[in-house]
Design a binder for this molecule. Sequence first.
Ligand SMILES: [Fe+2]
Ligand SMILES: [Fe+2]
Length: 219
Amino acid sequence: MLLTDHMICELKAAQTAMWLIRKYAVDKESGDALLAWLAPYEKFIYRKEGNLADLTDKNKLSKNLVPKSTSKYGQDLIDKMVLLIKEELHHFYQVLEIMTDRGIEYDNITAGRYAKGLIKHIKTHEPETLIDKLICGAYIEARSCERFAKLAPFLDDELNKFYVSLLRSEARHYQDYLNLAEEIAGCDITERIDYFGKIEAELINTPDSDFKFHSGVPA
Ligand SMILES: [Fe+2]
Ligand SMILES: [Fe+2]
């Protein structure tokens, strides 16, 4: 369950970043190149098509992304999010490799309450929507980082090493999200960060009967 949920989370992290670039930063042609990049991974998760071998060498973006002339956010958002997607898809591949080695068959599972519980508080008008999304992205990445660190000592050697190896990139991901949020807001967003911090803490600290990577306290 842990590995399956982890693998799906890696795809969702990549999808979130892709969605942000497509919505806010690039033209249609660049958006299509992004869709094509993630397609084989989505096929695997949603349609159970393909396997580890099919995903080897698939982690490539087919073209340089061009910022929309109308985009205020442009290049920095693209650069940070493209790197993030690349890393998340690599993590996805690494989890699938471990699952394949261990003979764990992938089966789609329902998502935990965590991400939904954060996202539903995102404001529905711009630019607040984008800023809230970036703040939520930061929390999800930071919490993932915390989970890898806390879980690692309880896992077998291979998973322990793997989870420790993920800490550095996840820590950078949350900082990238936070920096983008601050940059784009152009003003102090501490209050908004605190607001989501309280919601996030509630999701993590209250009983949760569903065991997933970002679960609350086991009920
Ligand atoms: Fe990741
Ligand atoms: Fe990440």
